[in-house]
Design a protein around this ligand. Structure first.
Ligand code: NAP
Length: 248
């Protein structure tokens, strides 16, 4: 092979929203992209558009993560983007099932994928782990107990990793978005389109591309520049609960 080696970026949760937009942008920057999610048909459609590799990945299943990691050769960049919320339920009523699903997906999933790939990321000599957290990683809101707990944990893991890897060639970044219009709210409300649409009513939310832009900006800084975190929200949002909505 002649010329510059294409760096490899692994993106989890690449079958929709922020992950899909990030995969397209990273591919446009010249990365070989490895895309993981459960809906492989969607990943394969994406590979038709931007090249790369589509692999089944269920981050809640250790064997699936091991198979996924085994199919990846070198890794330079890992975008831990997989995440979800289940419902908007007060802590007093939060079901064990919903809480566990969020924790297993958002926290343990991120941990499993990171552990499986970190050695190769470090060995690349210019590694980067980007964790997609949320403003829910440092704010709370009624009904968000399970989700905010998981995103607070993502933030804690991100900051811990940066300390543990100090002196090693691995950059660590957290991207913390506010309201982004993706499939997120449809998943949160179990496919209830009316409830999902209400989340974005009367505002111009962020798009998946807006967040991908932040991720790709952090990744494409020179290797000595560590963007610790980016908090990005729609102009109409000041906090999780303070949102300026226009009357329709
Ligand atoms: P999305 O459109 O629902 O995308 C979520 C992605 O995660 C999908 O590709 C989904 O793919 C994947 N995923 C879910 N469970 C998985 C599992 N067990 N194993 C592997 N992949 C799984 O939502 P999004 O808004 O782009 O979310 C991306 C990230 O941004 C999440 O971490 C979310 O918490 C965070 N975030 C979103 C917002 C927002 O307002 N949208 C705000 C702040 C932070 P499959 O279903 O095909 O597996």
């Amino acid at each position: 092979m002649t010329g510059k080696r294409h760096k490899t970026a692994v993106v989890t949760g690449a079958s929709s929203g922020i992950g899909a937009a990030t995969a397209i942008r990273l591919a446009a920057e010249g990365f070989h992209v490895v895309l993981g999610a459960r809906r492989v048909d969607r990943l394969e459609d994406l590979v038709q558009r931007c090249g790369g590799q589509a692999l089944f990945l269920d981050v809640t299943d250790g064997e699936s993560v091991a198979r996924f990691a085994g199919a990846v050769e070198g890794v330079d960049v890992l975008v831990n983007n997989t995440g979800m919320a289940a419902g908007l339920t007060p802590v007093s009523e939060l079901s064990e099932d919903a809480a566990t699903t969020m924790w297993e997906t958002n926290v343990m999933g991120l941990l499993r994928v990171t552990q499986a790939l970190l050695g190769r990321i470090e060995a690349s000599g210019e590694g980067h782990v980007v964790n997609v957290g949320s403003t829910a990683g440092f704010e709370t809101y009624p009904g968000g107990g399970g989700y905010t707990a998981s995103k607070h944990a993502v933030r804690a893991i991100t900051q811990t990793l940066r300390k543990e890897l100090l002196g090693k060639p691995v950059r660590i970044t957290e991207i913390a978005p506010g309201l982004v219009e993706t499939e997120f709210s449809m998943v949160r409300f179990g496919g209830d389109r009316r409830r999902a649409d209400k989340v974005y009513e009367g505002i111009t939310p962020l798009t998946a591309e807006d967040v991908a832009d932040c991720i790709v900006w952090a990744v494409t800084r020179p290797p000595h520049v560590n963007v610790d975190e980016i908090v990005v929200r729609p102009l109409a949002q000041a906090t999780a609960t303070m949102v300026a909505r226009e009357e329709s």
